[in-house]
Design a protein around this ligand. Structure first.
Ligand code: KMH
Ligand code: ZN
Length: 285
């Protein structure tokens, strides 16, 4: 059993509009504050989609660099940039995100229906992301939306070698309309197909958030939480802010006797070099 729980905070995503969800962090200051508060409550990794000054999703490199720098100023979180972006983003712009020099980046392992849209992840893009991350010392988090994408991961590692840092970490993204359901049975079905030595986290989108969290903890997995995936805290009760979701996940992790890992411990687990000057943030254990 893994000793602690890696909490990845995905605070914003590319799908919700600020006008519809005022608590969504979109400005540089809001994202930096969310990172600081998230770390104080137990988050160790920030899965980051950047918004422009107009609050809409953007892959504009100067803006991405600005937000990455602000997060590093305000927290010690591992900065994991999304290379998934929005469903409308072209492959070259998604690849260019790596130029912002994050610690880590997401890497989606297959095309999936995404509600009424299609999230395109053809094999050649997967290979290009994997090999560019190897070359640049960026650690991937492999995003898996369906069971067959774990077979793609095995093929990728067999043909193109291990990721930078040598450790394979997978996030099972469950409950997307078009992907695998957010159920204990689906999570359990994935586990035998993880590469040897890999760790996994799970994310339950929407109302699957809580059952997926409990299933992942019971199976020794880690957690991704945040307003990218979950906007309702309980039936009829909108999420107040990302801190509320981190606090709930940290509490469940402590109940499972696998308390949240610090950013330093997360770096060790994921094979990311330590930060030279960590930002001191008090974390209750
Ligand atoms: N926004 C989704 C289309 C990722 O960040 O890598 C893709 C996504 C996955 O969120
Ligand atoms: Zn994302």
């Amino acid at each position: 059993m893994t000793p602690g729980t890696l909490l990845t905070l995905a605070p914003t995503g590319a799908e919700s509009a600020k006008a519809d969800v005022p608590a969504l962090p979109v400005t540089v200051e809001e994202v930096a504050g969310t990172a600081r508060d998230g770390q104080a409550l137990g988050a160790a990794v920030l899965h980051l989609h950047v918004r422009g000054a107009d609050t809409r999703p953007t892959l504009d490199l100067p803006r991405v660099r600005e937000v990455v720098a602000a997060v590093r100023e305000s927290s010690d979180l591992v900065v994991q940039l999304s290379t998934g972006g929005a469903v409308t983003d072209p492959a070259d712009a998604r690849l260019a995100v790596l130029d912002a020099e994050p610690d880590a980046a997401s890497l989606s392992l297959g095309t999936v229906n995404f509600g009424r849209d299609v999230f395109y992840n053809p094999w050649d893009l997967i290979v290009e992301l994997h090999t560019r991350m190897q070359q640049r010392g960026i650690v991937p988090e492999y995003e898996v939306f369906d069971l067959g994408q774990l077979a793609t991961l095995t093929r990728l590692l067999d043909r193109h070698g291990p990721p930078h840092g040598g450790h394979v970490h997978v996030d099972l993204v469950m409950g997307v309309p078009g992907g695998m359901p957010g159920t204990t049975a689906a999570l359990a079905a994935c586990l035998p197909f993880l590469p040897a030595g890999a760790t996994f986290a799970a994310t339950g989108v929407g109302r699957t958030s809580l059952p997926v969290m409990l299933a992942a903890l019971s199976a020794g997995g880690h957690l991704r939480i945040g307003m990218e995936d979950t906007l309702t805290y309980a039936p009829g009760e909108p999420v107040r802010d990302n801190a509320q979701l981190v606090a709930r996940a940290a509490g469940l992790a402590r109940i499972a006797q696998r308390p949240p890992l610090s950013p330093t411990e997360a770096r060790q687990l994921l094979g990311i070099s330590p930060r030279t000057a960590p930002v001191p943030v008090e974390v209750p254990r």
